[in-house]
Design a binder for this molecule. Structure first.
Ligand code: HEC
Length: 173
């Protein structure tokens, strides 16, 4: 093998490595989404309703998504699904209490005053605690929403985003 050929082979190798790096830093744009399949992923495989409410259906634990299609761009929606902890509005942070007997409950904070903590637990039950009965209480760091980067395929992500983009407020049914 001549020096020239070897140099060429090295050059090719370097080019391959460079494209791999590029491919990693700039992920492919999502394929075109299908909103009907997105709607079934929302209630089915994605189990989004265990935390989110749309048009009065689903849980109140996470933010209501009834008009998320008008408040968020598809790029922001994609970010919410892939990296939920990147941006959390203060009112969406979860609250956690630990009672004296060691039980820990995490949920949505509804009210906090000098004596009491009121929250919605994951079963959507209203729970009130006397602060004096609690071992600890405070906001939870990070997001309670799982990232869907690996649990949904690129096509499924696109479908869910296409569905979310159609949610533009309460419509008569
Ligand atoms: C375990 C509860 C939980 C599950 C399951 C969940 N989410 Fe969330 N989601 C949250 C919480 C809490 C927030 C508020 C901010 C945060 O924590 O990122 C949120 C935020 C969002 C936002 C951003 C809302 C905004 O206005 O910025 C979108 C969009 C969203 N979720 C969509 C989904 C979709 C779609 C699914 C299902 C594929 C899903 N979520 C599953 C809890 C959940």
């Amino acid at each position: 093998m001549g020096v020239r050929v070897r140099a060429l082979a090295l050059l090719l190798l370097a080019a391959c490595a460079a494209t791999t790096v590029l491919a990693q830093s700039a992920p492919e744009p999502l394929p075109t989404g299908d909103e009907t399949s997105g709607a079934s992923l929302f209630t089915g495989k994605g189990a989004c309703q265990t935390c989110h409410r749309v048009q009065g259906k689903g849980s109140r634990l996470g933010p209501d998504l009834t008009d998320v299609g008008s408040t968020r761009t598809p790029a922001q929606l994609e970010k919410s699904l892939l990296d939920p902890a990147a941006e959390i509005l203060p009112e969406n942070r979860f609250y956690r209490v630990v009672t004296r007997d060691g039980a820990s409950i995490t949920g949505k904070l509804l009210n906090l005053d000098t004596f009491q903590v009121m929250m919605l637990d994951p079963k959507e039950q209203l729970r009130a605690f006397q602060k004096s009965d609690l071992r600890e209480h405070g906001f939870v760091d990070g997001s309670k929403m799982p990232s869907y980067a690996t649990t949904l395929s690129r096509q499924e992500l696109a479908d869910v985003i296409a569905y979310l983009a159609t949610l533009k407020g309460v419509v008569a049914q």
